[in-house]
Design a protein around this ligand. Structure first.
Ligand SMILES: [Zn+2]
Ligand SMILES: [Zn+2]
Length: 136
């Protein structure tokens, strides 16, 4: 199945295909800068199914970190679309709020709960992890 999305101003349009490898709520400090404060609702997809249909994504990576995440965003409106994370080679972590339809999103885990803030509510019954789930 194919999914489509865009940035806030519409300059960037993209699509990707399933499979969706994971659906996560990330509570880490870095994500809070990007989400506005709440946990970051994201999915993990295969990088090779992701295609930009219009516009050109800008990238940012912190120069003060050894293995920085590479962040992809719209240079016009600043919407953060996805991240390439060194611990997940071949994958992209995509913010679900950029998808035309993201009503289907169902988080499977709450991660980086070590950084969770008192006002964050983890949905009842959702597996939660200090950092990330142990590798399968
Ligand atoms: Zn934009
Ligand atoms: Zn995070």
């Amino acid at each position: 199945m194919k999914h489509r999305g865009r940035c806030y101003c519409g300059d960037i349009e993209f699509e990707f295909k399933e499979p969706i490898h994971a659906q996560i709520l990330c509570h880490c400090r870095e994500c809070r800068y990007l989400s506005g404060g709440e946990p970051n609702a994201s999915i993990v997809i295969s990088e090779n199914t992701f295609m930009v249909i219009s516009g050109e994504l800008k990238t940012f990576a912190r120069s003060d970190l050894n293995e920085p995440r590479v962040r992809y965003f719209c240079g016009n409106c600043g919407t953060h679309i996805c991240v390439k994370s060194p611990p997940r080679p071949g994958m992209l972590v995509l913010k679900i709020g950029t998808l035309d339809d993201h009503s289907w999103f169902q988080p499977q885990s709450a991660i980086y709960c070590v950084d969770k803030q008192p006002f964050h509510q983890i949905p009842k019954g959702l597996p939660s992890f200090e950092k990330t789930p142990p590798p399968k």
